[in-house]
Ligand binder design. Sequence first.
Ligand code: PLP
Length: 395
Amino acid sequence: MLHLAGGMSRLGTESAFEVLARAKALEAQGKSIISLSIGQPDFQTPAHIVEAAIKALKDGHHGYTPANGIKEVREAVAVDLHRRHGVEIDPGNVLIVPGGKVTMFFAMLMFGEPGAEIIYPNPGFPIYESAIKFTGATPVPLPLLEENGFAFKADEILALITPRTRLIILNSPANPTGGTASEDEVKKLVAGLARNPHVAIMSDEIYGEMLYDGRRHVSLTRYPEIRDQLILLDGWSKTYAMTGWRMGYSVWPKHLIEHATRLSINCHSCVNAAAQWAGVAALQGPRGEIDKMMVAFDERRRFVVGELNKLPGVSCITPYGAFYAFPNVKKTGLKSKQLEVRLLDEAGVASISGTSFGAHGEGYLRISYANSLDNIAEAMRRMARFLETSRKAAE
Ligand SMILES: Cc1ncc(COP(=O)(O)O)c(C=O)c1O
């Protein structure tokens, strides 16, 4: 008998990949499936970014790069953070990693161990809880509530801090809810965190350029008083429709960057060189395609929220960030997971149960609107038919 390490049994997963596999299997059987489950833009990476990668390959960028990333991309990240947040970031504190997820895993490995507590949003990106448990640390959920627009309340986070708290994970704009933190709450939180210098903060700002209705992203990098505690998680996947390129970055405090770089050297050596040059082109190039993508997302957001609110037993608050809606489905009479499975099998609509994002996601469904307006409209018709039929059957 092989004897697996204990951590393996504590490792969770991201159900979006399982739902995707099941949807593909149903499609292979000839069923029509509309996917509202996947967390990636349905747009192609802009052409000038693709060209930059091709050029890099033709120019001979085939070897290892420095483990922390090529100087050009780290400098481009620092310039971009200045453009977006008005902050001065030393490119020496920037680490280029293969996707956003790597930063979260590194942060958990750096701070998680038995006896340590890590606070994380619930519902939230499922890998947070999974990675915390893997390290043996105690996951401390921060419930995010519909009545607060699924945004965190500073006092609630601060009340969870104990002497054993090592790390707090924040995510705004948020997956799976589209919730965004207000500047007032961020300021209050920062003041409290500065009084707790034993606590590191990992701020997942991967949707930081995806906001609507004039909302502004409040980056934690703006607050020098927590600079020594803050790990910024960001990357190219969502903003530039580059999920498959595996390009992410983090900014670490001076005293942590060497540890993070050492994790990179132990884990993946460096990120694919051509992808890094594509990353430079993305940050420095024209933004027209990105703006068009956001206009399309905004139109779909308004449409999907309106349609979800017409469905029997469903209500949905307006999300102000990312590309997800998180409708309340408590009055459908079905549990979230049951609804996810039956919508896929019986209505041909792939969505994700709120419980895939933590226990506090019960009663909700994640709907990704990274699909065309026509497909979203058809999915809503299918959901309406399914919910009418299941309501009549229950009467
Ligand atoms: C909140 C959040 N953080 C990080 C990631 C990971 O991004 P990447 O694909 O770059 O690893 C995702 C992807 O869905 C996400 O939703």
